[in-house]
Design a protein around this ligand. Structure first.
Ligand code: SF4
Length: 402
């Protein structure tokens, strides 16, 4: 169910309720889709209803008071896709990797409250200082894309490929993946990438092998492969629910790029038809999209790039320019509010927020801070030492090419 709000600079901005249908093709919520992937999202224990029922101004005043009490002992991180009512409390706003680095640089902070999703909090735990503890306000704030690649399925795929005698495979995992996958990648000669450095990590991989197994985002992998000049007939998709991922041994032998069948339920919604409509509405519009969008959408857009690239490009554009943006609505709304001299709209008229990040309701932020102020750590995210060790190897390789 979607309710429209009028936000200056943004055409018809619906507030989509938590279980809104916004997964492409499936007509269902992200969690229904994940159940079909065999994933049971982590569940947040119930917190007292009073945190939700209290008036917003009271909840905000109490949150600010605990935030003041905790002072430098606490750093709050807010992802770009986080809702405004939460991001207002953040000391840093950014993408997942940048935020983790910023948290680790605040060594005086004992607690890192990550207002993002689960894999982001795991990354912060991997990069944190030894005395720091990472907290995710709502444990059920996962990432539908990250959950589409389970470690057991990736190991099965890896072994199947080697059983076929296919060697020279370098695994690359997108930052948006579980720590177990980052660790697998580090242990097996691979590397982590972000949406801004994926092309460089492909170069790194091809210096060490002949083919890439890329997970969990099929679209970022394909878009990067095309930019690197890999023909589409040298790419295959690995579906974890089919024998050999749905491929013949010959197709796999012939492949340069093996793409995991996973996608972002937000970015996969954008379509070429939406771009055509935006251009009919405004022939001068600049269309900019994230590379988690489908290949045909990226190719139809004027430009594509990471969240930081989208922010920088629009911020640096002159006033009077018009932008149709293919990324998460909270970021688009914020850009529009911060830059009233430009017309900034979302490409998708049925706007879909990241429904999993949306689970970080301000009530959970207050609940977590109230416990911290009493000296109790709730919802700690902790990655085991072995997983952390190999994840760091894969992350350090990424930094070496950045
Ligand atoms: S926007 Fe997509 S990739 Fe990012 S956290 Fe949400 S579901 Fe995951």
């Amino acid at each position: 169910m979607a309710v429209s709000l009028v936000v200056p600079g943004v055409r018809s901005v619906p507030v989509v309720e938590e279980q809104a249908s916004c997964v492409p093709e499936e007509g269902t919520g992200a969690y229904d889709l994940l159940r079909r992937y065999g994933v049971t999202p982590q569940r947040q224990p119930e917190i007292p209803r009073e945190y939700f029922k209290m008036p917003q101004d009271e909840r905000e005043a109490r949150t600010w008071e605990y935030r003041r009490q905790l002072g430098d002992r606490l750093v709050i991180l807010g992802h770009h896709y986080q809702r405004e009512e939460v991001v207002q409390f953040a000391d840093f706003r950014g993408d997942s990797y940048k935020l983790s680095q910023q948290a680790a640089s605040r060594s005086e902070a004992d607690f890192i409250l990550f207002c993002g999703v689960h894999f982001m909090a795991e990354s912060a735990d991997i990069l944190r200082k030894p005395h720091q503890q990472v907290i995710l306000p709502n444990l059920s704030a996962g990432c539908s894309m990250a959950d589409m690649a389970k470690i057991g399925d990736v190991v099965d795929a890896w072994e199947s490929l080697h059983d076929l005698g296919i060697d020279g495979i370098v695994p690359i995992t997108y930052m948006n993946s579980a720590a177990s996958l980052k660790s697998f990648t580090g242990e097996n000669g691979g590397i982590v990438c972000t949406s801004s450095n994926a092309a460089k990590t492909f170069d790194w991989a091809f210096e060490r092998g002949e083919r890439i197994l890329f997970f969990p985002d099929e679209h970022l992998g394909r878009n990067t492969g095309v930019k690197k000049g890999i023909p589409l007939d040298k790419m295959v998709v690995w579906d974890p629910f089919k024998p050999l991922g749905g491929n013949t041994p010959e197709q796999l032998q012939n492949a340069t790029l093996i793409l995991w069948k996973g996608f972002c339920s937000v970015h996969a919604r954008f379509s070429v038809e939406q771009i055509e409509q935006a251009r009919r509405d405004d022939p001068n519009v600049n269309v900019i999209v994230h590379p988690e969008c489908r290949l045909e959408v990226v190719q139809a857009a004027d430009m594509d790039g990471s969240t930081e690239f989208i922010i920088d490009t629009i911020r640096n554009a002159p006033d009077g320019t018009n932008w149709a943006v293919g990324t998460e609505i909270n970021l688009v709304k914020r850009l529009a509010m911060e830059q009233p001299g430009k017309t900034i709209t979302c490409l998708d008229p049925v706007i879909c927020p990241c429904s999993t990040m949306y689970r970080v309701h301000p009530a959970y932020v207050l609940w977590a801070l109230e416990h911290l102020a009493k000296g109790e750590v709730v919802n700690r995210i902790s990655v085991d030492e072995e997983t952390k060790r190999w994840s760091l190897v894969a992350l350090e390789r990424m930094l070496s090419v950045a």
